[in-house]
Design a protein. Structure first.
Length: 355
């Protein structure tokens, strides 16, 4: 029987831990430290806030610090992902890129009607320029984060404790604010924010005019419905309730009719948007496919001399519209996960229009 080998002690196992585990532990320590610092900064902001706001902001500091820290830590990685996605998109042939956009518009345009309308309105106001403005803001944010991380490591009094960990919340807030003001380029940040806000206001004005027609039509239809409810359902409800609530029944019936009619008009508008997106996306897909095949030499004719693109366009549009309507403008798994950011964008655009 072979002699029993010495088993490693727990200390030896800990020392033999993988570099990945060590890196994970280091990232966790950095995250905890960043959360504590952001919490102190929020507490510093609360001390400069009005008396009525101060206790609520201070109580919310632990809850606000976590998502802010996660966002700040993940922002460089998000930027890297966006840059890689943009590089990949630029590497695609133009015909393939526009065909993919047409396919997506054809099959999912009705799910995001407000976003599609916002993109079209944004393109009317030179939306491509906004990408450069977003790059400017992102680069300035990275500069501030790099300087802030460098500042977090300072120990000017040489006591072994980082300076930012010994500061009072209001002093830490003032220190980070001063650092950000010294680091950023005010002209670049101001120009980028002005350009983005101006473009968004113009888009919002266009969308409000476009969707205000839906709300106006819904309110008019609701009044017609109420004229029927007023002589049929409302008297019965008044008989069933005490006399002192009669005025509330009238208001409730009128508002219910208007809300139902506006909701109906929104759904009709969604069907109209889905049809528009299906047709436009199908035509884009058909023309780009024919152009790509012609460019590669698989066919000898262009989309202007054949009906091939129309056949592809209308057949794809029909299938896309049928899928959107049959799914009640929902997204199947896993697309509902992949397109979750776009769903947040759709919700924000709808909220901006209705607010």
């Amino acid at each position: 029987m072979s002699p029993k080998k010495d088993l490693p002690k727990p200390k030896d196992l800990k020392e033999a831990a993988s570099p990945a585990a060590a890196m994970k532990g280091q990232l966790q320590e950095q995250m905890v430290a960043k959360i504590d610092r952001i919490k102190k900064i929020i507490e510093g902001i609360s001390e400069q806030s009005p008396e009525k706001v101060k206790p609520y902001l201070k109580s919310a500091a632990p809850f606000l610090a976590v998502p802010i820290a996660v966002f700040l830590v993940s922002m460089p990685y998000i930027g890297m992902g966006v840059q890689k996605a943009r590089t990949f998109i630029k590497s695609l042939p133009d015909h393939v890129l526009w065909a993919t956009i047409g396919f997506t518009l054809c099959f999912f345009g009705g799910v995001f009607p407000a976003t599609v309308a916002a993109v079209e309105a944004w393109n009317m106001y030179d939306g491509c320029k906004s990408l450069g403005l977003c790059d400017d803001l992102y680069n300035e944010a990275l500069k501030i984060l790099a300087k802030s991380d460098e500042d977090d490591q300072k120990d000017e009094d040489k006591d072994g404790i980082k300076d930012v960990d010994q500061m009072a919340p209001h002093k830490l807030f003032l220190r980070k604010t001063s650092l950000a003001m010294r680091t950023m380029d005010p002209e670049k940040v101001s120009g980028a924010l002005t350009g983005l806000c101006t473009g968004w206001v113009a888009v919002l004005a266009t969308l409000k005019v476009q969707f205000a027609r839906v709300a106006t039509l819904g309110a008019a239809i609701g009044d017609k419905f109420y004229s029927v409810v007023q002589v049929t359902i409302e008297p019965a409800l008044k008989k069933m309730s005490p006399d002192e609530y009669d005025q509330w029944i009238t208001v409730a019936c009128r508002l219910t009719c208007k809300a139902w009619a506006i909701h109906l008009c929104w759904w009709i508008q969604r069907y109209v948007s889905a049809f528009h997106c299906a047709v436009r996306g199908g035509l884009m897909l058909g023309r780009e496919v024919v152009a790509y095949l012609n460019e590669k030499g698989y066919i000898k004719f262009s989309h202007e001399s054949t009906y091939m693109d129309e056949v592809i366009a209308w057949s794809t549009a029909a299938v896309g519209l049928w899928i959107q309507v049959s799914s009640s403008f929902g997204l199947p798994f896993p697309l509902n996960i992949v397109l979750l950011p776009l769903q947040f964008v759709e919700g924000f655009v709808v909220w901006s229009i209705m607010s």
